[in-house]
Structure formats: C-alpha cells, structure tokens
Design a protein around this ligand. Sequence first.
Ligand SMILES: [Zn+2]
Ligand SMILES: [Zn+2]
Length: 330
Amino acid sequence: MKTLSKCLRLPVWRPKSVRTEGEVSKPSEMQPTHSAAGWRRAVSYVIWPGLLATALTLTGLGMQTEYPVLVFNAVYVCFALTVGLFERLLPHERTWLENDHQTLANLSHTLLNKGLVQVAVVVSAAVGAAAVVDPSEASYAIWPESWPLWAQAVLGLVVAEFGLYWAHRLAHEIPFLWRFHAVHHSVTRLWFINTGRFHFVDTFWSILLSQPLLYVLGAPLDVFLWVSATTAFIGILTHCNIETRTGYLDFIFNTPQLHRWHHSMRLEEGNRNYGENLMLWDRLFGTYYDDPSRRPPARIGIHEPMPARFRDQLVYPFRSPPAEESSPAE
Ligand SMILES: [Zn+2]
Ligand SMILES: [Zn+2]
C-alpha cells in the first residue's frame, strides 16, 4: 500500500513520534511530510459523515429496485473496501496497520455471525413471530406507521439501541457474559476487518435483547432493514483505523473516537460508551466517556490471554476461568 500511495501521489502523514499509552498527543500535533496537511485534515472531517451518507443513500436507492438485498450487499462490500483503503492512506494509528495474525479468526467470526446467527434469528423471527404475532393486528402495536419512513427508522434505531446498550453493558458487568464478549475485546488493533469479530453467543445475546423490542412495538419490515443497514455501516466505521474528526457528531453517534476509548485496557475508559450506533443511552445512564485533550490509547486489548485460533476462541468462554482472572467490571 505504500506503493499505492506513491502511485496515486497521495500525501503520507506521519506522527512526530510514536506515542505511548497515556501520552498526550492531539491530531493537530501531527506533522505532515509536505503541504498536504490541508488535504488530510479535510478528509478527516468529511470521511465519517460522507461515507455513511453515501452508503445510506445508495442503500435507499437499492431498496427501490427489485434486488434490495443484492444492492445492499454490493454497497456493503464497496463500503468496507473503501474504509480499508483509507485506513492505509490516512491511518489513525500506524501500529494498528501491523499484522496481528488474527485476520482469519476475525473473518471466521464474521462469517459465522452473519451466516449462522443472523440468518437463523431473522428467519425464525420473521416466520415464527409473524405467525404468532401480527403486529398490525395487535392492540399493543403502537408503532407510528404514519410517520415518514426516515423518522420511523430513527425511532427504530433509538428503540433497538436501548436493547443493544443493555446487552453490551451487561456483557461487561456480568463475568459469565464477559467471557464471550472478551473475544471481541481481545484484539490489539482496531481496523475494519475486526468489526464482526464477536463470539456468536455474544451476537445472539445482543439480538435477543434488541430485536424483540421492535417486534413488540409493531415496527414494519422496512424499519428492521434500515436499522440493520445503519448498524452495519456504523459498525465498520466505529472500528476503522482512519484518522477522523467527528466533532459534535460524538454527542449523537458512536464514532471511532468514542469506541477507541471503549477498547481501552483501563476499566474506567473501557467500561464506557456501550452504544452501538447512538450515544443517547450512554448519556442517559451516565456511561458516556470522552477526553478531547488526549488521544485514546494505542495499546488496547484485555488482561487475560485469548487463544489465537478461531475454534479455540469459540470454546474459550466455556472453559473454567483461571482463579486470578478478572472481568472488566471488577
Ligand atoms: Zn464491549
Ligand atoms: Zn469494538
């Protein structure tokens, strides 16, 4: 990729020095190698909202065609590859570009989650729940279907986030659940490839606490699709290793800046920012964290050892923990 940068005549931005954990270093202290600092700065401002808006617009256009799922998958792949490209051109942490030999495990978890859990849950929920409960007929179906679809999608996000927030928070605070969630936190670098690195039980737990809320309220299928699509795109952005300046967006959305704190090894930083897309519930329940005066730590991970191989990671939560092991809640 170094050659790609040169071929494209793109500027390379290098930090003044390698930062260590806890060292104060603002993005403005970065020293560009030449006059391209303005280019880098501009991109760091627009990359997060620009990519998300583009992906959602294309997804919306795709939903008006005969092949909405196909279009979404195509947009998703292009989106992920674009994020991967910008991670090389505009990295947040250069050390996170180094191979951690977890790519295969990351992709295996992603495929297992997408393929097994989500399909199984969505199909069973669509068939089973629809057969048992017809939201449009149910007296408790209070979903405002007369609202514009965008407003329903926003409401769907807020409702789903409530379940996602508590699923995530409990996964940090209950030691048994933490052992599954530790698979996600065991990474030592953040990049788009480990977005889907969750133990499938962890994923199932999140779906269990979030999706039924939408069903019970009678949300239509389009709302589920928009919530899923938005979560997919924001999830990749959240874990990206791109230098981003999200400013006031940090008050509303789960941005890379906020999620990097969540991957901190320090419990006072890591046990914060549980929102998956929105920070609303973190703000209401007092778990929002940010410190604009310094960068989140480059050294991330967990304190307990995690097996390197995918299949060992699947078994890991079921093994009895060592006596000295501590959950992040402790
Ligand atoms: Zn977490
Ligand atoms: Zn994460």
